[in-house]
Design a protein around this ligand. Sequence first.
Ligand code: SAH
Ligand code: DHB
Ligand code: MG
Length: 224
Amino acid sequence: MDETLFANVDTYLEQTLLPTDPVLAAVLKANIEAGLPAIDVSATQGALLRLFVRMAGARRILEIGTLGGYSSIWMARGLPEDGRLITLEFDPHHAEVARANLERAGLGGKVEVRVGRALDTLPVLAGEGGDPFDFIFIDADKTSNEAYLDWAVKLSRPGTVIICDNVIRDGAVLDGASTNPSVVGSRAALRFMGGAGLFASAVQTVGAKGYDGFAIAIVDGEPS
Ligand code: SAH
Ligand code: DHB
Ligand code: MG
């Protein structure tokens, strides 16, 4: 695989398609200065998420796995004026960096960062009885992906879009004998998405973040 070529093409696409964005550049710089790992989505992937948010006409977004809020900012920028995004993050330091980044992006009033293990904060969220989410992005610990999908469906309505990040991992997903918890988690997520009640596909991606992919599903009618 020509990783350098893929990364160069990604840079070319970013420079050609996306306006120079001092806010997003400052966010990535703040993340690095705060010691966060550079595992945010790429710029072209962020722009793709924003496109999906627009295509779905989403007003309520849920994200699982905030890191420094880079993907949150991309998705929130696709929301209408009265749209809201809730993002769940385990690490209080990541959450603090994300809140500062969201303020920097002028999105402090639109995005709420909730701190805690998502498997603890999701039941709380569900208990609040809010409207279903229109769009859900799952990008936290991959081992819990199947449980996150289960919650995602519970927090959905027919037509809700659910996206799961990092389901390819350099092709490691092919290895059914793998004991790597991330691979096991991604395979379980893909099986779940191929099951009843969801209408799914996945796209393999190459670029600045290497070889990976998104699984994308829409909640299709009655829950199974
Ligand atoms: N979506 C981000 C990247 C997320 S990286 C972006 O593209 O910008 C994954 C994040 O999930 C990390 O910040 C990690 O701390 C968080 N995480 C890991 N386990 C978690 C859990 N159990 N509950 C909530 N968040 C978790
Ligand atoms: C990892 C997590 C991610 O969400 C990602 O996009 C890339 C890498 C990781 O845990 O290694
Ligand atoms: Mg990811």
